[in-house]
Ligand binder design. Structure first.
Ligand code: SF4
Length: 330
């Protein structure tokens, strides 16, 4: 008989292990993210590893906020974020998300000030820091360890862009670091018990479905805690937009994305928390695919497709004895 999804209750009736389910288990409430702009740049833009950044990256450094907060102190950005959430029904605690550009790419004293402003805010349950693996030198790793000890009741997550394990694609998108650089950074963070969330993109130019699944399977070999899966989207003003408008690059249709993301989830370890499953392009910048604007619709389709096909996260994951109760600590 065909096996059934083994953990429906633990995953709160979703066919994958969502961040929402994780937060409900650990914090007993949903944690919303307050996106922050710490005024950083990126070695892919300042000439250190390149000048034009990743081919898909917007001028906002993947931090295109509805309400501009650049230049404001972190504590003020958090205050404004809390005020915005105050109008909606949310829980009591939040994640301070250092989102725009490369958020460990500054002198360590400056980083300490930024992170502690967020960690000191009583409503902040923890911070999530988006960065690149080539921007985690020993003094930054030391700082993260020190803050982890100084704030034992709060978490510190690191979000690392990988996008793909395939070097040819990495060169095309101008990622600017090797797979071994990424793997070394994951190992260094894991040694310090700092949870890592990896960003990958499905639908990168030149990649086959099999190539995308190879990236997902590779993640299963690493001590990571979570993954953000994003479909390739085209933002206005990027070099990728130029290639798209010339007809050199295509984006996926909704059905294709749903099929591939479902296959990706089936191959992913059931212990890995899913932080995102769709694109997140701001409406005013998104050139394609426009179907990705309706996130709720896409998520519903993913759920329906997985249920109809009796597919769940990890169904095709190779190892025996996986148990979602044995979590990497996030
Ligand atoms: S590393 Fe991040 S911030 Fe830098 S160019 Fe690439 S996507 Fe943009």
């Amino acid at each position: 008989m065909e096996p059934k999804h083994p953990w429906p209750g633990f995953w709160l009736d979703k066919p994958y292990y969502s961040l929402h389910a994780y937060c409900m288990h650990v914090y007993h409430e949903k944690l919303y993210k307050i996106a922050l702009d710490a005024g950083m740049t990126c070695p892919g833009r300042d000439g250190t590893a390149g000048v034009r950044g990743c081919i898909f990256c917007s001028s906002g450094g993947s931090g295109d906020f509805a309400i501009p907060v650049q230049g404001l102190p972190i504590a003020e950005q958090i205050r404004q974020g809390l005020a915005l959430f105050g109008e909606k029904r949310t829980g009591n605690r939040f994640i301070a998300y250092f989102q725009a550009y490369t958020n460990t790419y500054a002198p360590v004293m400056h980083l300490r000030r930024l992170y502690t402003q967020a960690l000191d805010a009583p409503q902040i349950a923890g911070i999530s820091i988006a960065t690149r693996p080539d921007c985690l030198p020993p003094d930054v790793l030391e700082l993260l360890s020190e803050l982890k000890q100084a704030y034992p009741d709060k978490f510190i997550w690191i979000e690392l862009g990988l996008q793909t394990i395939h070097q040819k694609t990495a060169d095309y998108i101008r990622r600017g670091y090797t797979l071994s650089c990424f793997t070394d950074a994951v190992a260094a963070l894991s040694q310090r018990m700092i949870p890592v969330i990896v960003h990958i993109i499905l639908g990168l130019p030149g990649e086959s479905e099999e190539n995308m699944y190879e990236t997902v399977s590779y993640l299963n070999t690493l001590p990571i805690s979570g993954v953000k899966i994003q479909l390739l989207h085209i933002l206005r003003g990027t070099d990728l937009a130029e290639e798209f408008l010339k007809g050199n690059v295509r984006v996926m249709e909704a059905d294709e994305y749903i099929r591939i993301v479902t296959g990706a989830l089936a191959r992913l370890s059931p212990q890995t928390v899913i932080h995102r499953l769709t694109g997140d392009g701001p409406r005013r910048l998104l050139l394609a695919p426009l179907w990705s604007l309706n996130k709720r619709n896409i998520l519903n389709h993913i759920h329906q497709t997985m249920r109809a096909g009796n597919i769940w996260q990890g169904k095709r994951y190779g190892k025996e004895n996986h148990d979602p109760g044995k979590l990497h600590p996030l």
